[in-house]
Design a protein around this ligand. Structure first.
Ligand code: 2P0
Length: 332
């Protein structure tokens, strides 16, 4: 009763921002992301009838109470579905540089969902697996697939129509995503709390809802045409709009640091020099810069000159979830 799975992170080009159901993790809007080849999680789950509770190791060390409880709550849903009351040892290796604990990792819950459901004997279709991943963390449902992936929000109360679907294979539209780490000095509002506060208090949130589905259909059109300019313009606009909603929340908050804005400005300057680059940011200060593979060295060189840039990782569209021989997480 043991299985190992590998899943990659994703960056949303059309953001998931706000829930209509907190416990089933049902989103207010559909979203679209690209799965990234560079960052991933490998997780092994072993159910064992001798255990009296779940045990969670993150990067080789016993995880803290918060992370263990969240993983254990998650496994409870899988046990219930499989009708097997067995506890598990979970070992996760997070190859994701920014991960602050386990909560922020889409790859974490995608790998956990795949490994846990397989280990307990469920043989799920990717669509069902995407729904299971969603119950751990919304963005994780998109990491089941590689390439460009849409999370269809669904309308049903039980969430049975809220899952990800693949839009374009990772080889079908080569783009580069430079993941730019900036110096940080402030504790961020976790995305789960941040989106809740925004939904409940920001007068700008309705503006988000009124326009996000249009952004999504335009982005899908850009993918169909393989039109990078259109893709970049829409993704940048959508990211700025998501971040704008947080400024209207009560109390207001924002994820940017001065270094974030320096990178944004550098990207806009590159465009005025004729280099096609666009930015997007998640619920944190780091920036993802989108460009064409032929420009990635030029873009990298310019970003590297910004003193507050700590590190840059070059990513490309990556694969969906895969199963590995068991034990792999122990050695990665
Ligand atoms: C996204 N984010 O689409 C958006 C954009 C952050 C900003 O999904 O509460 O960790 O576990 O469903 O998936 C981050 O939120 O939140 C996120 P939960 P999650 O990628």
């Amino acid at each position: 009763m043991k299985a190992t799975a590998k899943a990659h992170t994703n960056i949303a080009l059309i953001k998931y921002w706000g829930k209509r159901d907190e416990s089933l993790i049902l989103p207010m809007n559909s979203s679209l992301s690209v799965t990234l080849d560079t960052f991933y999680t490998v997780t092994t789950v072993e159910f064992d009838e001798k255990l009296t509770e779940d045990v969670f190791f993150l990067n080789g060390e016993k995880a803290d109470h918060t992370d263990t409880e969240r993983v254990s709550n998650y496994l409870r849903a899988i046990r219930k579905f499989a009708k097997k009351h067995l506890f598990a040892v979970v070992r996760s290796e997070n190859h994701v540089p920014t991960a602050a604990g386990f909560a922020s990792s889409a790859s974490g819950y995608a790998a956990l969902a795949a490994a846990a459901t397989k280990a307990i004997g469920l043989n799920l279709h990717p669509q069902e697996l995407s729904q299971f991943a969603r119950l751990g963390s919304g963005s994780a449902c998109r990491s089941i697939y590689g390439g460009f992936v849409e999370w269809q929000k669904g309308v049903k109360e039980d969430g049975s129509d809220s899952f990800a679907v693949p839009i374009l294979h990772e080889d079908d539209f080569p783009i580069a995503v430079l993941s730019v780490m900036v110096a940080t000095n402030r504790k961020k509002v976790l995305s789960r709390a941040g989106m809740k506060r925004t939904v409940e208090t920001s007068p700008f949130y309705q503006g988000w809802l009124d326009t996000v589905e249009h952004d999504l259909s335009e982005l899908k059109h850009a993918l169909e045409l393989r039109d990078f300019t259109l893709l970049g313009e829409i993704a940048e606009r959508n990211a700025l709009k998501m971040h704008a909603t947080t400024l209207g929340a009560n109390p207001p908050f924002y994820y940017w640091q001065s270094a974030t804005m320096e990178v944004m400005e550098a990207v806009q300057n590159m465009r005025s020099q004729g280099i096609e680059a666009y930015f997007t940011m998640d619920a944190g200060p780091n920036v993802k810069v989108l460009c064409l593979p032929e420009d990635e060295q030029k873009v990298y060189d310019q970003l590297k000159q910004i003193p507050s840039v700590k590190k840059i990782f070059t990513c490309h569209p990556g694969p969906g979830v895969t199963f590995l021989p068991t034990g792999e997480a122990d050695v990665c």
